[in-house]
Design a protein around this ligand. Structure first.
Ligand SMILES: C[S@@+](CC[C@H](N)C(=O)[O-])C[C@H]1O[C@@H](n2cnc3c(N)ncnc32)[C@H](O)[C@@H]1O
Length: 214
């Protein structure tokens, strides 16, 4: 979960429900990373209210993106990862998806507020609403709290949605079983590596098999 101390337990208890019960209390803050500046609105009942999560920051600092292609922000919350990627790579098209309706309303509003148009925002379970979309890059600070079976379904589905040579970037805290998750997901990819370890967060880069040529 979010390790930043400012976020209270009640803010984040139900961050992955479709309709959070917490009373709305929007808060704005700025994010500057990889030369991209965004003004973002977050809210109670959405992951990491009021400030950027440290794990998300680690992922944003380490992710490497191609100039163009189809990107996915899996479990987008208020949209920070997908919106940084979309602003960094204007020739890319970024799909943001989250099961939490309050989160996706914020993600869409944050895209508009920052003048970012190379995005689409989908609401619902990623296993259902992504339909037949395929991606070149998937970016994810995963919902560890949904439990291991569901999390692994989401990761398996993500691996299947990657095109040949596509890359999944994921951040998990060591205390949340990062090493075990990496070991279990590695067989889904042709190569998986930990590219960064800092503040207890591990950033993984997992690549799909390249296209076979005769
Ligand atoms: C750890 S949070 C990361 C949020 C955001 N990407 C960030 O870094 O601030 C994980 C997100 O996954 C979402 N989520 C949980 N289960 C999901 C599912 N089945 N499909 C899509 N999103 C889901 C949660 O609602 C939550 O917003």
């Amino acid at each position: 979960m979010n390790s930043n101390q400012r976020t209270t337990q009640s803010d984040t208890d139900h961050y992955f429900t479709a309709q959070p019960a917490a009373q709305s209390h929007p808060e704005q803050f700025t994010v500057s990373v990889q030369g991209v500046d965004l003004i973002l609105t977050s809210d109670r009942g959405v992951f990491s209210h009021g400030q950027l999560d440290n794990g998300t920051l680690r992922l944003l600092k380490k992710m490497e993106l191609p100039e163009s292609g189809d990107f996915l922000d899996l479990g987008c919350g208020y949209g920070v990862i997908g919106l940084v990627a979309a602003k960094l790579r204007p020739a890319a098209y970024v799909t943001l998806v989250d099961i939490n309706e309050r989160a996706t309303r914020l993600a869409a509003a944050n895209a508009r507020a920052n003048g970012i148009s190379n995005v689409e925002v989908l609401t619902g379970d990623a296993l259902q609403v992504l339909e037949d979309r395929q991606f070149d890059v998937i970016l994810c600070n995963p919902p560890i709290r949904v439990g291991k079976p569901k999390l692994h379904e989401l990761i398996e589905d993500a691996a299947q949605r990657l095109r040949p040579s596509g890359v999944l970037w994921m951040v998990i805290h060591t205390r949340q079983g990062a090493k075990t998750h990496l070991r279990e997901m590695a067989p889904l990819f042709s190569a998986c590596a930990t590219v960064s370890r800092k503040w207890g967060y591990r950033v993984f880069r997992c690549e799909k098999q390249p296209e076979e040529v005769d």
